[in-house]
Design a protein around this ligand. Structure first.
Ligand code: ATP
Ligand code: MG
Length: 303
């Protein structure tokens, strides 16, 4: 399912323009991250994707259909939404009711829904009778994520899914999201943590002051000094290292840029460039499968 913005202008109050002509396309099955400074308009853009906000001019198309022509329930079936603050999402007295509510809201509460809810409770190791509001921050975030994905929307929009989580919770949340993406879900994620962006996103869209200022494959964007400066972004460590290496050995630029478009590929390219390809996998990443990632952190490693 594709998402397309065509020259979208939007605001909360007609006097103050917020989005000033935003255009981009997210293809079916892509994993795209939105990054940018506070107040750039990322959350506003996400609200337009799921129809909470309608464009003043321009069009937001979900699989070619303008959101203005879709009912809220039709849109909710297509696009799952994880709010920036999970507390804005939680409304029931028990974990099980909360998960069932996602189906109720779509008018799809049946025996199959109950089966799916029990399955996800087991998957996430929730206690079904817990009061959602008494859970800790990380578990509330996991519950909000579970409520979003339990109805299996083809597109998920995640507004800062890892903010406020510790490393282990972050790994857990991102592992679930990666698994969904591997199974074909289109993922659109707003994220301030460039390490997470570099580890998971295939493409990055950079926003500043209500406009898209850059977009492209993750490493192309995160290696662009002008973009980093314009959006006040701190690049992930691996990009810093590759930029430093490039200053010492400009002849490697072609090799690094041409061969590396993910964090792991970049690690391998750098390790190969310095003659130690076997060292690549020892760099810790958020990917929980990376050998030693958590141990390195516990020992006060790279992050
Ligand atoms: N409900 C609202 N009513 C009025 N103005 C709003 C509302 N929500 C956001 N804004 C304004 O719209 C602009 C863009 O906000 P938005 O939340 O989209 O930014 P953001 O990129 O998500 O920022 P952050 O990284 O801080 O979450 C800001 O100037 C903000 O003050
Ligand atoms: Mg926001």
């Amino acid at each position: 399912m594709t998402i397309e913005f065509r020259d979208v202008h939007a605001s909360y109050n007609a006097d103050i323009p917020i989005l000033k002509g935003v255009s981009f396309t997210v293809e079916d099955g892509e994993f795209v991250a939105f990054v940018g400074t506070n107040g750039a308009g990322k959350s506003t853009t996400m609200r337009l994707v799921n129809g909470l906000l309608k464009p003043e001019s321009g069009e937001v198309l979900v699989d070619g259909v303008p959101t203005t022509q879709l009912k809220t329930s039709e849109l909710a079936r297509r696009v799952g939404f994880l709010f920036q603050n999970p507390d804005n999402q939680i409304c029931c007295n028990t974990v099980r009711e909360e998960l069932l509510f996602s189906f109720r809201a779509l008018g799809a509460l049946d025996a199959e829904a109950e089966r799916r809810v029990d399955e996800i409770i087991a998957e996430f190791a929730f206690n079904p009778d817990d009061d959602p509001f008494l859970l800790n921050r990380g578990t509330r975030q996991l519950l909000a994520l579970a409520s979003t994905i339990v109805v299996a929307p083809p597109v998920i929009v995640l507004d800062e899914p890892t903010t406020g989580l510790d490393f282990r919770e972050c790994v857990k949340v991102m592992d679930i999201i990666r698994h969904l993406h591997e199974n074909g879900t289109t993922v659109i994620m707003v994220c301030h943590d460039m390490e997470v962006v570099a580890d998971f996103a295939e493409r990055v869209i950079v926003m500043s002051d209500g406009c898209v200022v850059d977009q492209g494959p993750t490493f192309e964007v995160l290696r662009n000094r002008h973009t980093l400066k314009a959006a006040n972004l701190v690049p992930p460590q691996i990009v810093d290292i590759s930029l430093g290496l490039n200053m010492m050995r400009p002849d490697l630029e072609g090799t690094l840029v041409a061969t590396a478009n993910t964090l792991n590929e970049m690690e391998l390219a750098i390790a190969t460039a310095v003659g130690k390809p076997e060292a690549a996998s020892s760099v810790p990443t958020y990917a929980p499968t990376a050998p030693g990632a958590e141990d390195a952190l516990v020992e006060g490693g790279a992050r």
